[in-house]
Design a binder for this molecule. Structure first.
Ligand code: NAD
Ligand code: UDP
Length: 342
């Protein structure tokens, strides 16, 4: 889909997993993009790769979202149509060990960004929130009216950012925010040139399946097979990262025309169990995934699936790619990084 009008967007964390796929979608739509990233969880290669894939390079500003002078200078030097704010820390386990750091980067960074946007006269933001904000209600599918009940410092930091954004909208009638609550992003661009690069030991299912597939990990531990789900293993709403990126490009024209805070689930509405993930991955990629059944992981819910209707109504967006695409594209990306590091 080509854009009718080209705009300039400012993307914090644009070198990271979800940010890079969104930058690619924006560049391919003909927009100009400035990435602001400190590369704490991304590779510098991504910038060149994005330029090569899109036939148009993003501008890079290397900096930290806690650096108010740097953000203010960037956002006042140019006029941006909107900011897409991906930069932040995202490990639940690390957030339990370092709650202060998560507050400082995720909440403090967002406060600083909002001040810099005000100085630069930019009044629209797309924010990366998470289904984690819903906590342990156990309602599934879950819609946006459900109250928030985050159970760890990471989830709390996202809920706090949502409040900051809502306050900004209340204090400025022209300000708009799309608060996008992602479910479980997986997969990679089908070029296999960009994808997820977890630092250290991954905690999420797909990166762990990929490690079991390469043999880096002897086997995948399935955390519980006694949930109230069809096969007893945990069910989640996995969404292809390219569909997720398209959700952002759909949100932009909406917020540009509709001030206020809009909280929107981005999921498929279809849940898959851990066993279904493993079986689909094996069938699509013809690779065995050895596994064992282990105890439940503390804090886990049996099923977490989005009600995606609001996104469809509001943004005319829905996920199109299925679990086979997610498994195939994740494996193609993983093979490409294993090959380039060997
Ligand atoms: P990521 O770690 O791949 O990307 C984050 C990017 O931000 C990286 O490029 C990193 O270098 C950069 N960054 C981190 N701290 C920074 C700082 N202080 N200053 C400047 N740049 C900084 O993560 P992702 O998976 O792409 O997630 C993007 C956003 O979406 C995050 O806010 C995350 O919390 C949220 N989110 C992710 C998921 C998921 O499963 N991946 C789910 C829900 C929400
Ligand atoms: N899971 C698993 N083994 C792992 C990692 C995850 O069985 O090594 C399960 C987990 O219990 C959940 C699902 O896979 O049912 C997705 O977990 P993930 O951490 O990716 O996402 P989240 O639970 O945060 O939605």
């Amino acid at each position: 889909m080509g854009a009718q009008t080209s705009h300039r967007y400012f993307v914090t964390g644009g070198a990271g997993y979800i940010g890079s796929h969104t930058v690619l979608a924006l560049l391919r739509d003909g927009h100009d993009v400035t990435i602001f990233d400190n590369f704490s969880n991304a590779s510098r290669d991504v910038i060149d790769r994005l330029g090569a894939l899109a036939g148009k390079a993003p501008v890079l500003i290397e900096g930290d979202i806690r650096d108010e002078a740097a953000l203010t200078s960037a956002l006042t030097a140019q006029k941006y149509r909107a900011v897409l704010h991906f930069a932040g820390l995202k490990s639940v386990a690390e957030s339990v060990e370092k709650p202060q750091l998560y507050h400082e980067v995720n909440v403090g960074g967002t406060e600083i960004l909002l001040r810099a946007m005000e100085k630069g006269g930019c009044k629209a933001i797309v924010f990366s929130s998470s289904a984690t904000v819903y906590g342990t209600h156990g309602v599934s599918p879950i819609d946006e009216s459900c109250s928030l009940d985050p159970i760890n410092p990471y989830g709390q930091s996202k809920a706090d950012c949502e409040v900051l954004l809502e306050n900004n909208c209340q204090n400025d009638a022209e300000f708009s925010a799309a608060i996008l609550r992602y479910f479980n992003p997986v997969g990679a661009d089908k070029s296999a040139k960009i994808g997820e690069m977890p630092k250290g030991t991954p905690a999420n299912l797909m990166p762990l399946i990929l490690e079991a597939a390469t043999g880096e990990r002897e086997k995948l531990a399935i955390f519980g097979n006694d949930y109230d789900t069809p096969d007893g293993t945990g069910v989640r709403d996995y969404i292809h990262v390219s569909d997720l990126a398209a959700g952002h490009t759909a949100a932009l024209p909406y917020i540009e025309a509709h001030p206020g805070a809009h909280k929107i689930n981005l999921g498929t509405g279809r849940g898959y169990s851990v066993i279904e993930m493993i079986q689909t991955f094996q069938a699509v990629n013809d690779v065995p995934i050895p596994y064992s059944i282990e105890a439940r992981r503390p804090g886990d819910l049996g099923e977490v699936v989005a009600n995606p209707n609001y996104a469809r109504e509001l943004l005319d967006w829905q996920a199109n790619l299925g679990l086979e695409d997610m498994c195939r594209d994740a494996w193609a990306w993983k093979k490409s990084i294993v090959k380039s590091s060997s």
